[in-house]
Design a protein around this ligand. Sequence first.
Ligand code: GRF
Length: 203
Amino acid sequence: RRTAILISGRGSNMDALIAAASTPEFPAEIALVASNRPEAAGLARAKSLGIAVAAVDHKIYAGREEFERSLQIVLAAHRIELLCLAGFMRLLTPWFVEQWRGRMLNIHPALLPSYRGLHTHRRALADGVKIHGCTVHFVVPEMDEGPIVAQAAVPVLDRDTEETLAARVLEQEHLIYPRALRLVAAGALRVEGNRVLGAASGA
Ligand code: GRF
């Protein structure tokens, strides 16, 4: 399946997805990396890897709808079938989300439904939780909600700072996102309400 990755920044998850998809039997092909920030480091990186890139700068559009219509045109031009949000920092309208229902994934640096939103590691440390982690989920109009495809847990250690905890979680993000994309692209999953069935691989 022709897949686009949407980013806003560094793009380490993008890198992990590109690496996984470069193996011949992987069921998704990364056909495009698009960013709402033209200066995103990940965009230059994708380009250097020979992947088609597009910058759709949200700042030049009058509103979210105009920005998203432009993004849709780019995605259509590249015949994109699946979307992976990877550090994409724009809220998407219900209109856009509807176009991609069941075909758009996001990675969130927390064990949803805990810690939706920003600064997840800081908040987890402040709460004193002992287990933290990351989640890949289908995107629905509500932010950081939607059927969960894969999760990974990490321990929170006494000596952890926001940075060390983030790094431990990020390592897991790079493992579960390719795994989740593989299952979705292979059509291996069935969604029943909020439950995703078929991901019985221990992820
Ligand atoms: C990741 O922690 C991801 O979970 C969150 O934003 C960060 C993006 O990092 N949504 P990167 O750009 O993939 O390196």
